[in-house]
Design a protein around this ligand. Structure first.
Ligand SMILES: NC(=O)c1ccc[n+]([C@@H]2O[C@H](COP(=O)([O-])OP(=O)(O)OC[C@H]3O[C@@H](n4cnc5c(N)ncnc54)[C@H](OP(=O)(O)O)[C@@H]3O)[C@@H](O)[C@H]2O)c1
Length: 434
């Protein structure tokens, strides 16, 4: 019977590798067929019964099932097979930077990845979505089967339990979401005129958050007009080049400014020109470093000014809060690991006993259609009906007896094992490195 030990995971992350190195251990290819082909090759070459592949911007992960004990040198062979262009020095360097998890350690590692305990930003649920996508893809490609179906179902359950029973995902840690949250605390009208200055990544995110929160009156200014236009299109607003900001006559209620300029883009003069004679309350989100609104403008006009430095401190404090929840999350996962052990063993019994129902059915059929055929033919209809019902009753009971007995035997024994494994995981923090 296969054991939980057959689960294995090789993981490479941003923590020990440069982005360039991470790319070297990925099999992702623009041509999806090529990615599939390379994964199939790995599966075949190393005799893996299933393989699941996860590739994010800071992690590459090969999760697989192999019943055999991995020999010394397996990691080097695997890395070389992933990327045949690597030199032996590259392979050695990579092997020293990646981790191999086996058995319960592998299961726990997958739980921790899904629950974002192992992430660059702890508590970000995005990794769970990425992991589910990776699994669906592996399934579509026919690379995974029953073992990963069972493990992934439980992994998703475990991660959801972490997100709902601990506070790991609470409190935003990105300055972008914190800035919008702070703005919303002031309850500005969703009819506000929103002026976006700069159409880089940061402002794209801020404006998406605003749009999601119901704001719809946008004007976008950017140094290159095309980028202003692209963002304005998604916001259903107007686009302008940055040069024309000085002539803009429609004012603003909320100014979102973030460019890579080293000089203040919103000087006191431009600010004065933008507001004209408008004395209404103004809100500014300025996430640029250095700030894009001049100190003079802020001092003179005293808007509600949300800027990056204060938010960074808040983001750090929130991250520390999430980190403090990791221990609670690990306790939940240790519990889930023990539960998974039982689920896994029950499934193995089900698989081993798959043939029992059909064999019992066949015995019944043989008894009624051959061995006792003549005797049954002599029975009156009522008696025949009774015998048939008794046989069906016996059939059902016979099918359930061995299954129930085996499950009881396993769960009785496993309760002891589960407690032991829980302790091990707390102490050793899951990693088996070669
Ligand atoms: N708060 C944070 O956590 C955080 C995170 C990331 C970035 N930032 C800061 O935000 C700023 C922008 O970052 P980003 O990631 O959004 O950058 P990005 O995607 O590279 O976009 C840069 C933006 O600035 C504009 N720009 C560049 N130089 C300029 C100049 N001299 N005058 C006027 N506009 C100029 C660019 O216009 P073109 O389209 O014409 O090139 C573009 O709109 C930087 O100051 C960065 O330090 C903060």
């Amino acid at each position: 019977m296969p054991s939980i030990h057959s689960y294995k995971i090789i993981t490479a992350t941003h923590r020990t590798m440069s982005v360039k190195r991470l790319k070297q251990v990925s099999v992702s290819h623009d041509d999806d067929d090529m990615t599939q082909h390379r994964l199939e090759q790995l599966k075949h070459r190393f005799g893996l019964s299933e393989i699941m592949y996860l590739n994010t911007c800071n992690r590459v992960c090969y999760a697989f099932c192999a019943d055999q004990v991995l020999e010394d040198g397996f990691m080097a062979q695997f890395v070389a097979a992933i990327n045949p262009e690597l030199t032996s020095e590259d392979v050695d360097d990579i092997v020293s930077r990646i981790s191999l998890f086996e058995g319960e350690y592998a299961v726990m590692h997958l739980f921790e990845v899904a629950s974002s305990i192992d992430s660059l930003v702890i508590g970000e649920r995005e990794i769970l979505r990425q992991l589910r996508c990776a699994y669906s893809k592996s399934q579509e490609r026919g690379l995974t089967g029953d073992a990963f179906r069972l493990l992934m179902n439980h992994t998703v359950e475990a991660a959801k339990r972490v997100y709902t029973t601990t506070r790991i995902g609470e409190k935003p840690v990105s300055v972008v979401s914190l800035s919008v949250k702070q703005l919303l605390k002031h309850n500005p009208s969703t009819q506000s005129r929103v002026l976006i200055v700069g159409a880089g990544q940061t402002n794209v995110l801020v404006s998406k958050f605003l749009q999601k929160n119901g704001f719809k009156n946008f004007a976008v200014f950017n140094r290159s007009f095309e980028k202003a236009q692209a963002l304005a299109t998604t916001l259903r607003g107007a686009a302008f080049s940055l040069d024309s900001l000085v002539d803009y006559a429609h004012g603003f209620d909320i100014l979102v400014v973030c460019t890579a300029s080293q000089e203040a883009v919103i000087t006191k003069e431009i600010y004065a020109q933008l507001i004209g004679s408008d004395t209404g309350k103004k809100y500014i989100i300025d996430l640029a470093v250095p700030n894009d609104v001049s100190e003079e403008a802020i001092a003179t006009y005293d808007p509600i000014y949300i800027e990056v430095e204060g938010l960074r401190e808040l983001a750090q404090a929130n991250l520390a809060f999430r980190e403090a929840e990791v221990y609670a999350a690990q306790n939940v996962l240790a519990d889930e690991l023990a539960r998974f052990g039982e689920v896994y063993r029950e499934r193995q019994i089900e698989l081993a006993m798959r043939h029992v129902p059909s064999e019992i059915k066949a015995i019944k059929k043989h008894a009624m259609e051959s061995v006792f055929k003549r005797d049954l033919a002599e029975l009156d209809p009522d008696t025949l009906d009774l015998v048939t019902r008794m046989m069906s009753y016996m059939e059902k009971k016979c099918i359930s007896i061995p299954m129930t007995a085996a499950k009881q035997a396993v769960s009785g024994k496993e309760n002891v094992k589960s407690t032991a494994s829980r302790k091990t995981h707390r102490r050793k923090h899951v990693e088996v490195k070669r």
